[in-house]
Write a protein that binds this ligand. Structure first.
Ligand code: ZN
Ligand code: ZN
Length: 358
């Protein structure tokens, strides 16, 4: 398989980010990323402006982030060319889609797109200037969940005493995916396949910190060293022509749709080469796959680029934990299996599920 690492969930000057897409792509290239997934709020204008192409050595995928009239139920949509529904200006001057969340999620699926619940479990109340934007809708039509959102974790853990430290060291304070989102994901995935992704939610906002100096919070090049989503594809992605671009986008979106991906925090080391797979009757099955008829033995295997604390999770419950660079287990029970890799008490790599059916 071929592995490509990318940053998902990025805002540019097309909404409330401060960077131009070409400069964001340059920062991504310099950070060693293969692709970026842009998600400006409620707009696909970058598509009509021709930004859906290779830029500065990086494959740029243009999606968008939708919200409803309550500015809740944020949804990251990819694989469609036009914004759906009509919009209304909200009290704060931002836009809200007049469709309710169930409808926009459904319509994106019907148009062949894919989508992810964005930062679904925010619940902070301590920062009036940064309200939470949780997912509160009931729907089954989404592709997956953004279980890790850098911006969200960074703000949620901020208080008066650590504020300045957080501004100055935006990567140090990131520990692990949101626990409530992980629970939401494991529970929902027992019924059907649901992909987990990690997002940066990059804006590169400029903020005045101490009243006399302005810092760029979350400069894109800084954020690109944190939460990454790595996809695995059966074919290589080439960068020669417009057709290659379309093929590359389809390979990445298919991998995301099918759960052939994992999440890493690059701050704790490159996760390139991580693999979680199953061997069954001489066949290798990967994340996102379903294995049926488990009368025959199924061996789960994990390979990690450096020694770490590997945790095997079955149906949301921790079943084994070892410190190693690789591990294998006999999977006897039906259900969904995934692994987590930790460096001490910091989350490093989070796989998608492999499902075993009776
Ligand atoms: Zn959002
Ligand atoms: Zn966002």
């Amino acid at each position: 398989m071929y592995e490509y690492s990318g940053a998902v969930h990025i805002h540019s000057i097309y909404s409330d980010g401060t960077g131009k897409i070409e400069d964001i792509a340059k920062a991504a290239f310099d950070s060693g990323l293969d692709f970026i997934m842009m998600t400006d709020h409620n707009t696909l204008k970058p598509v009509s402006d021709g930004y859906n192409r290779w830029i500065n050595g990086v494959l740029v995928i243009i999606g968008y982030e939708i919200n409803d009239l309550q500015n809740k139920n944020h949804y990251l949509a990819f694989g469609i060319d036009e914004v759906i529904g009509t919009y209304k200006e909200l009290d704060n001057g931002e836009l809200g889609c007049k469709l309710n969340a169930e409808d926009y999620v459904k319509q994106i699926k019907e148009r062949g797109g894919i989508g992810f619940l964005a930062h679904p479990d925010e619940q902070r109340q301590h920062l009036p200037e940064h309200p939470s934007y949780p997912w509160i809708s009931e729907t089954e039509d989404y592709t997956g969940i953004e279980i890790w959102n850098h911006m969200s974790e960074w703000i949620e853990g901020m208080n008066e005493s650590n504020k300045i430290d957080r501004f100055l060291h935006p990567l140090k304070s990131i520990v692990a995916p949101n626990e409530r989102s992980i629970k939401r994901w494991d529970k929902a995935a027992e019924k059907r396949h649901i992909t987990a992704i990690g997002g940066v939610d990059a804006h590169a906002l400029k903020q005045n910190v101490l009243g006399f100096f302005e810092v760029e919070i979350f400069a894109y090049k800084v954020l690109f060293k944190s939460v990454r989503t790595h996809v695995l594809t059966d074919e290589p992605i080439a960068a020669n022509s417009k057709e290659d671009y379309e093929t590359g986008v389809n390979l990445i979106l298919d991998a995301l749709k099918n759960g052939k991906c994992f999440i890493s925090n690059h701050y704790y080391g490159s996760a390139k080469g991580f693999r979680f797979f199953a061997e069954f009757r001489g066949i290798t099955c990967n994340m996102g796959d379903d294995i049926t008829n488990i009368g025959s033995p199924v061996i789960l295997k994990v390979l990690v680029p450096k020694e770490c604390r590997i945790r095997l999770i079955h149906n949301g419950v921790l079943v084994d934990e070892i410190i190693a660079m690789n591990a294998s287990w006999n999977a006897e029970k039906a259900g969904i299996y995934r692994v987590e890799c930790w460096q001490g008490d910091k989350g490093w790599i989070f796989s998608n599920h492999i499902r075993l059916n009776n």
